[in-house]
Ligand binder design. Structure first.
Ligand code: FES
Length: 484
């Protein structure tokens, strides 16, 4: 039910002072009724925003009774690390002046350029672990379960929830990805407003694939804010059809489903494995990681670049991820002047099917058997901390390393690294300056792709071609109507 409160406060942008008894909404209440009631209590509400919020409210309230205290705690948790002034507790039962980050306030001009930060997302509290996993295992573009996806996906998610929930509990009770993405986005647009006044004001939006804020929520917010020009900026530096591809395909499907295909003009920043600023930021974080070792040991540290693995059936389809991750590692080592020995490894495999290796845990044990004593793990395809760094590397691999006599340290994730935030701004700045629709490689489907949604762009800012369409002599239409 937190969606109820988030969407309401976000879209209404009004001081909220309500009693919990008022907010206990029976599950059968229609969105129209809620809309009318809120309009009565909050006169002056923008009708367009009210309509949009009532859509979201209607979807939520049919399934849940409102739990005010849970919602209050969730909202407090979300706002506190980002903006301490955005949440003020007035008494036991009420919230006052809830200002949700990321929405323009009445009177402000609409953003001229929206930068939509696409990423996987993660649970914002422990109770979101189940829904997060359900969304993840329901996505056939990342986890392919064939015709049984709709049944097996929720079942696997349900079975895995207690274990994963426990892991989130051990790393602070939530995924930090939203906090870091918010900080990165805010820093990026501040730089962009100075760098590129002609495309300002810039505004960042977070669009997660499996956790709030989901694609629909963000699109409705963008519409309410009056956005016209939008850049879909993948926060995965390296392209994979299971990550960036899934996020973008879902974006195109949602635009069509919500009938927003003509609302925004899109361009894409779909990959950036060799961006100079990104490489510099990673290099700096590796040097910070090396400094954690005694000076006398530093030259003997083996750098283990570790990225999320892929099922081999995805690799064999022609996915571009392994080569792009490898290119980043090589370029970073060049910047380090090959100061240390290094190896590439892959982590987070699940299930019995074959995955891309070598596995990070096995690499650590293998290095120990060869007599190595010091290892620096470098999370290379992640741009902020999340469960794979904070739990898998810092807890699981650290324990395994200790057992085999390896001193394991981890390079700090990019998080709020200033060089990285500058790199994000530079990527967007150059993208705007060059009037680019997408990278030339975006038009290249996996050789064995059979998914018609892949490489679509709904309403792009200029012409583009999918390789598949070009080969057939077909012009890709400006608004695609053949999405599944
Ligand atoms: Fe890679 Fe479709 S699965 S382009």
């Amino acid at each position: 039910m937190e969606k109820f409160f988030n969407s309401t406060t976000k879209l209404l942008q009004l001081p909220v002072h309500v009693h919990s008894s008022f907010l206990h909404i029976p599950p059968t209440t229609s969105s129209v009724t809620i809309s009318v009631v809120f309009h009565t209590f909050f006169p002056g509400t923008n009708t367009k925003n009210m309509f949009l919020s009532s859509r979201l409210l209607g979807r939520s309230t049919r399934n849940h009774a409102f739990n005010f205290s849970k919602c209050k705690n969730t909202l407090k948790k979300r706002c506190e690390p980002l903006d301490k002034t955005s949440y003020r507790k007035t008494n036991f039962d009420s919230l006052k002046y809830v200002k949700y980050f990321g929405t323009i306030v009445d009177g402000e001009s609409p953003p001229k350029t929206a930068i939509v930060m696409l990423n996987m997302g993660g649970p914002n509290d422990l109770d979101e672990t189940g829904p997060f996993l359900k969304n993840l295992f329901n996505d056939g573009e990342i986890i392919q379960l064939g015709p049984l996806q709709d049944y097996l996906g929720p079942w696997i998610a349900h079975r895995r929830t207690p274990k994963v929930r426990q892991q989130y509990d051990e790393i602070g009770g939530r995924s930090p990805i939203r906090i870091w993405t918010e900080k990165q986005g805010q820093g990026m647009v501040e730089i962009l407003d100075k760098l590129s006044p002609e495309t300002a004001p810039h505004k960042h939006y977070i669009m997660f694939r499996y956790a709030a804020p989901l694609t629909e929520e963000t699109l409705l917010q963008m519409k309410a804010d009056g956005v016209k020009r939008a850049i879909a900026f993948s926060q995965y530096p390296h392209w994979s059809c299971t990550t960036s591809g899934s996020s973008m395909n879902h974006l195109w499907r949602e635009l069509k489903r919500l009938n927003l295909g003509e609302e925004f003009e899109w361009s894409l920043i779909d990959r950036w494995p060799l961006h100079e600023g990104f490489l510099n930021a990673v290099t700096k974080r590796i040097n910070m990681g090396l400094e954690q070792f005694d000076e006398s040991d530093r030259d003997n540290v083996v750098i283990v670049f570790t990225a999320h693995s892929l099922p081999m059936r995805v690799v064999n389809r022609g996915d571009q991820y392994p080569q792009e991750v490898g290119a980043t590692c090589q370029a970073v080592m060049e910047k380090l002047n090959y100061s240390n020995k290094y190896i590439m490894a892959w982590q987070s495999q699940v299930g019995p099917l074959p995955w891309l290796g070598p596995q990070t845990g096995e690499v650590i044990k293998g290095l120990a058997s060869q007599g190595h004593k010091h290892v620096l793990a470098v999370p290379i395809a992640f741009t902020s901390d999340h469960i794979e760094t904070l739990y898998e590397i810092d807890i699981e691999y650290a324990e395994e390393a200790e057992e085999v006599g390896i001193q394991l340290k981890r390079a700090p994730s990019l998080n709020d690294e200033p060089l990285f935030i500058e790199a994000q701004a530079d990527l967007v700045y150059n993208h705007l300056k060059n009037g680019e629709v997408c990278s030339s490689q975006y038009g290249m489907n996996c050789a064995m792709c059979v998914n018609p949604t892949c490489r679509t762009i709904i309403n792009p800012i200029g012409n583009y071609n999918r390789l598949r369409d070009t080969a057939k002599g077909v012009q890709t239409p400006k608004v695609v109507n053949d999405l599944q």
